[in-house]
Design a protein around this ligand. Structure first.
Ligand SMILES: O=P(O)(O)OC[C@H]1O[C@H](O[C@H]2O[C@H](CO)[C@@H](O)[C@H](O)[C@H]2O)[C@H](O)[C@@H](O)[C@@H]1O
Length: 288
């Protein structure tokens, strides 16, 4: 196990604030070929924008991932987006270096493999269709329609308040009514950055990450996220650490204290994530 004070060759801004994080980084740099690099999409690899359909990977993200890929065991994107949407908005298909990329969409319910270029998806949950049909009238009925926007995600349906007149008040006032609507249809509410998503239960990013760690036999894990949906993945990394698998928890920005407060390393949003990935590939490349 690495010592807490062991220096590392990355820029000082990437020094983890916690001993466990420093151990995770040391393990990653000692054996990058055994590391899993897992990242969220919106807010981590892509800047947050007002219109979710306009979200695209940060200009440096794909290049940074492709540059790092030859030196690490595996790279996965774990997102609340449908897998195919994340692949499209990320520009992840057909990228030299990312031939083995995996995108786990819908919090792990869907999976896209770069090796096949196909998405594996579960059967549709009937509650999603019912909630989708009910939602516009429901929002009208509670007077919350103005400014909120429904995102049809196929396997889920989300209500965004970022473009509402008062986004935070709209978000808070929708929490309870949407939870009740979701429960009536056998769904759960997944809260995020000014979004409340009605989705099937049974999987989350923590479960998805744990399964993928097992699948690839990762010897250490870096997980980077920015939002409440990433808390479950953080819990998985914390559990893996107790089982002897080192991990590094990276938070992209500090807009979500519930995540940032648990991170080993907080970077400046997607541009900071890209800079970290680039530094890792430079260091791993020199050592190779
Ligand atoms: O797990 P993620 O990859 O972080 O996806 C979570 C949700 O991200 C999207 O919403 C967020 O990003 C939007 C675009 O920047 C922003 O407008 C919105 O306020 C954010 O909550 C996406 O639209 C959701 O479907 C995802 O579940």
């Amino acid at each position: 196990m690495a010592s807490q004070s062991q220096p590392h060759p990355l820029p000082t801004e990437f020094t983890p604030a916690t001993p466990a994080g420093r151990d995770g980084l040391a393990a990653l740099l000692a054996a990058p070929d055994r590391a899993l690099i897992a990242l969220d999409f919106d807010g981590t690899l892509a800047d947050i924008v007002p219109d979710p359909e306009q979200s695209r990977a940060h200009p440096g993200a794909v290049g940074a991932l492709a540059a790092l890929a030859p030196y690490v065991g595996s790279i996965a994107v774990i997102t609340g987006r449908p897998a195919g949407v994340a692949v499209r908005y990320g520009g992840f298909a057909g990228v030299a270096g990312l031939e083995h990329l995996v995108v786990l969409g819908h919090y792990g319910a869907e999976r896209w493999d770069a090796t096949t270029g196909t998405v594996r998806a579960p059967a549709a949950h009937p509650g999603v269709q019912a909630a989708r049909a009910e939602l516009p009238g429901f929002l009208d009925g509670i007077g919350a329609w103005r400014g909120s926007w429904i995102e049809d995600k196929g396997q889920a349906v989300a209500v965004h308040t970022r473009r509402a007149e008062d986004p935070v008040t709209a978000f808070e006032s929708l929490r309870v009514p949407l939870s009740e609507l979701a429960a009536r249809h056998g769904l759960i509410v997944e809260p995020g950055r000014l979004v409340l998503e009605l989705r099937p239960p049974g999987v989350d990013k923590g479960v998805a990450l744990a399964e993928y760690v097992r699948e690839v036999g990762a010897g250490c894990v870096l997980y980077a996220g920015d939002d409440l949906g990433d808390v479950a993945a953080y819990s998985t990394v914390e559990k893996l650490r107790t089982e002897g698998v080192p991990g590094l928890l990276v938070c992209s920005g500090s807009e979500v204290p519930a995540l940032a407060d648990r991170a080993d390393l907080v970077v400046e949003g997607p541009s900071g994530v890209v800079a970290l990935l680039k530094s890792l590939s430079t260091v791993a490349g020199k050592a190779a």
